[in-house]
Structure formats: C-alpha cells, structure tokens
Design a protein around this ligand. Structure first.
Ligand SMILES: NC(=O)C1=CN([C@@H]2O[C@H](COP(=O)(O)OP(=O)(O)OC[C@H]3O[C@@H](n4cnc5c(N)ncnc54)[C@H](O)[C@@H]3O)[C@@H](O)[C@H]2O)[C@@H](O)CC1
Length: 493
C-alpha cells in the first residue's frame, strides 16, 4: 500500500520531529538526500552542467543546500534565485561551495539564466514545495520552455506549480523525477498532478507516518489480503451472486464484456437481465450465465444500457435494485437512474464525460457559480467527483490513466488512486470490463472504495498481461482476468 498525507498532517509530523533536532538538521537531511539522488544521476565524467532553481521558501532552502553539496560533483552548478526572498544560510553555503548565482525575481529571464537553462544537463526544481499554490509565479510562466529538452528535471518534494493536494491541474514544471522526503503527498498520486511528477523517489529523513492518509494506492502485493478466495465450504451462492443489467438490443457487446469479466474475475454466479439479442449472445459466449431476476448479493447496472430504449424488464430490475438494501454499481447509462442517496453501498463509475453529465444533472455548479464545464471536470476531476459523492452519499470512481475512487467528505475513507494499466487500455469496452470486476467484488462483500480500487488495479494489470507492450481489446482483458488474479495471489504479501 502506498499512502500519501495531506499538507497539514505532513507539517505537523515534520514539526514534531524538528522540535527534537538541532536547528536546521531536518532541512540538511532533506538537502543531503536530494543531493545524493541528483549525484547518482550525473554522468561519471563530472562534465554535467547543473541548474538549481531556488524559490523563497524552505523548498528553495533544500535546493540551495543540495547545490552546495553538488558543487564538487558537477562541472558547474548555477543557482537561480527566483523568489521574492531567499533562504540566506542556504545561499551562503552554496556560494562558499563555489555555486554561481543568478537572480530572476521578476520580469523576463536574464540572458545568463536563459543560457544556463539551455545548456543544463540537470535542472533541480526547488521553486515551490508544499507551501505552493497551484500555478507558477507569474514571471516564471515561460520557464518550462527555457529548459533544454535534453535536461533531466528533478523536482524537490513536488513539481513547482502543481497543487500539493493534487486536486487541480495547473501550469507546472514537468519533472522526470521527484524527490520527496519521508512522506508522499497527494500531489504524487492524484490524477490532476501525477503526470508532472515522473519517477517518485522517497528519501527517508526520519519523519514517521501520520495516522490518517489522505490518499492510498494498492500495490500488487495487497491483492492477496483482499481478494475473495473461496474456502472449501463455499458454494456459488456464498461466493456472491451478481445481478447484471447491462447492454440492450443495440449494445449487445456490453453485456458480453461485463458478464465475461465478472465470471472470469471469480464471481460465484451471474444473473443477467436483458432483452433477446444480448441474452442470445450470452447463452453462446458465457454459458455459465443464469437469466432473469432472482436472489443476488449485488447489482451491476448500466454499461451499454440506454435508459430511453431499455426494456421494461431491465428498467424494473434496475429500479428495484436501487430501492433495495443491496450494493449497486452504476455505470454509463445507469448513472441516469440515480437522483437521491440510497441507504446501501453505491459505487458510480463514470468517465470524465459521464461525470460532467451527472454533475450537471445534479445541479453542481462550476467554480465561478455558473454552469459546470468540461474543462473544469478535466482540470479538477476529484473535486467534482467529491461533490457528486457528497450529494448522493456514494463512492465515485473516475476512470482515467490515473483512476480515482472518491468517497464522501467526512466518511473517513481516503481517496484511492490506481495507475496500473497501460495507455492501450483506453479502448472500447474497457469500462464494461471494469464494471464486471468491481461488481464481482461488491457481490463478494467488498466495500465500494476497496472494490473500485482493487478492481481498477486488476483491470490494469490484466490489460498489461493480455499483451505486454502492445494493443489490447477489452474482451482479451476480460479473458485475462482469471490468470491475472492467480498471478497476483501468488505474489508474497
Ligand atoms: N518543514 C520542514 O521541516 C521541512 C520542509 N522541507 C521543504 O520545505 C518545503 C515547504 O516549505 P515552505 O513551507 O517554505 O513552502 P515553499 O517552499 O513551497 O514556499 C512557499 C512560498 O512561496 C509562496 N508561493 C506559494 N505559491 C506561490 C505561487 N504560485 N506563486 C508565487 N508564490 C507562491 C508562498 O507565499 C510562500 O512564501 C517542503 O516542500 C520541503 O521541500 C524540507 O526541508 C524538509 C523539512
């Protein structure tokens, strides 16, 4: 499990440790750790040009102390002071170690800075850390374009400009590697910001984990402790029966994909409710399926379901499911069926377009109070998802390269994010497969957040294993699930 802690929790944990240490010791540990990582990335000939961008806060202090430590390792280290203030002791240390100093505190970049950035082999981004507001300081808006394409960009704690909470996308430095200290922060794991982080390296500076994480991510080795594995006394009913209301006369494939995924992921049984065409297809493609309404432990409703054109039987089953005390997963068209909170566990699995449609239907406004836009949903997917989760008292899984599973505010459940799949997984029907996996987990008794996050992990790993490094089709991902679960269960816990 990877855990990330929000800024107040990190500051409190750091304060507690700092109080026990000599002045400046914690920052020195951070700077030494940073310098060791950067030194390991330098070429062995010692010919590298290193540029250290230092802001006005402690992040800039870390970067300047690291610059001092790197002065003897590189051909040249240039520190560029970009903040309104400078950490004076760290600057003095850098200067006495032989670091060249440039200032760029406002306006356009001075020629010396432009030249240094164009020639840099390594750029250390110490402009803003966890004290940063989203976006780059105004005069640094053009900075990313000045950095040589060939340079390795190493961010200190987080890429400057990124929202430390990882909730909103903003102008930022894109790092190849981010070196953080003891604790990961949400920025490192959230969909709006993870792309800018690059490789995440955590250097231990002796700060213990706070109690409550803000964001969690399952690792492959977590699957063993969480996946429902049948015991000798189990039967198909005790393992979980999933009621499935997906597909229709026109979207027959959604039924095949979701039911195949649920069965291959290991549900005890599927009861499918749908019209003739998908039913006929399922009789051929997934002969294990049982048809018609009956006793189930959870419902999967929606993939390929057009509420306007759905059969009477499907709509009745869906409405009864929503009125029941059973866990329900709503996907795609099924999202149109929920207007008010249900008393039972509910997992919604929209992609960004569906999230916009759902949030708009619920009357959730944009940040300016006006109508919610596609841009806002793209820039701040987890903010919008949380508003939906709060309105409907449900769990919202937002699909993407980084999938986020957001629970209602105050529920005490951290946000889960998973980034396990290859980009090839962005393909038709992949969401139907995810619905089948998560539905199987709900039927086995998992809570919606765990079912969503674990389902996303297995979905991503199966896609990779179905055709490593190449294109996958959704049905191949579904067929790979059984072997993927077996592979994950074999990993040491
Ligand atoms: N607190 C500690 O004990 C430690 C902190 N460390 C470092 O300190 C960092 C946090 O330091 P700070 O709290 O000083 O925060 P920052 O170094 O992020 O600096 C914040 C400063 O920048 C300004 N600012 C923020 N966003 C801006 C924006 N978009 N445009 C212009 N100005 C902006 C703020 O007003 C503030 O003055 C951490 O990220 C980490 O790198 C490390 O040295 C480890 C120990």
């Amino acid at each position: 499990m990877i855990r990330a802690y929000d800024v107040p929790a990190v500051r409190a944990a750091e304060d507690a440790v700092r109080a026990q240490l000599p002045d400046g010791e914690l920052m020195q540990r951070a700077a030494d750790g940073l310098a060791a990582v950067v030194a390991a990335r330098l070429s062995e000939e010692g010919t590298d040009q290193v540029v250290v961008l230092a802001g006005g806060g402690d992040n800039g202090g870390d970067a300047l102390y690291a610059a001092a430590a790197l002065a003897s390792e590189a051909a040249e280290v240039v520190a560029v002071l970009v903040g309104p203030r400078t950490h004076e002791e760290a600057l003095a240390a850098a200067e006495s170690a032989g670091v060249a100093v440039e200032e760029w505190r406002a306006g356009a970049a001075p020629d010396g800075v432009v030249a240094a950035l164009a020639e840099a082999d390594v750029v250390v981004d110490g402009i803003l850390g966890i004290g940063g507001r989203p976006g780059l300081p105004e005069h640094l808006a053009g900075l990313p374009d000045l950095i040589s394409e060939a340079a390795l960009v190493v961010a200190v704690d987080l890429p400057s400009g990124c929202d430390p909470a990882g909730e909103v996308r903003s102008d930022a430095i894109y790092a190849d590697e981010t070196v953080t200290f003891s604790l990961a922060k949400p920025v490192h794991l959230m969909p709006a910001t993870e792309e800018a982080v690059g490789l995440l390296t955590v250097v231990d500076i002796g700060v213990p984990d706070p109690e409550t994480p803000a964001v969690q991510r399952f690792s492959h080795t977590d699957v063993t402790g969480l996946w429902p594995v049948p015991a000798p006394g189990d039967d198909k009913y005790s393992r979980g029966v999933l009621g499935v209301v997906t597909g229709g006369e026109h979207y027959t494939g959604a039924a095949v994909l979701s039911v195949t995924a649920a069965m291959t992921a290991g549900v005890g049984m599927v009861r499918y409710v749908g019209p003739e065409a998908p039913t006929d297809l399922l009789r051929q493609a997934v002969p294990e399926t049982v048809f018609g309404v009956g006793r189930v432990q959870a419902w999967l409703i929606g993939s390929g379901l057009d509420v306007e054109a759905a059969s009477e039987e499907q709509l009745r089953a869906a409405r009864e499911a929503l009125a029941s005390e059973l866990p329900v997963l709503l996907d795609a068209g099924g999202l149109d069926l929920l207007d008010a909170p249900r008393p039972a566990p509910t997992l919604l699995t929209p992609h960004l377009g569906e999230l916009l449609r759902l949030a708009t239907r619920l009357g959730i406004p944009g940040p300016d109070g006006g109508e919610l836009s596609q841009e806002t949903v793209q820039q701040a997917p987890t903010v919008v998802a949380r508003q939906v989760a709060d309105r409907l008292h449900c769990t919202v899984l937002v699909k993407g390269a980084v999938t986020a599973v957001v629970s209602p505010s105050g529920s005490g459940v951290p946000t889960f994010t998973q980034a396990d799949g290859p980009s090839w997984l962005a393909t038709a029907g992949a969401g139907d497969v995810l619905g089948g996996i998560c539905g199987a987990l709900l039927a086995a008794g998992q809570d919606p957040a765990t079912a969503g996050a674990l389902g996303a992990l297995v979905h991503g790993v199966a896609a990779d294993r179905a055709n490593p490094g190449g294109p996958v089709r959704a049905l191949d991902v579904a067929h790979e699930l059984g072997r993927t679960v077996a592979h994950l269960l074999r990993l040491p816990a």
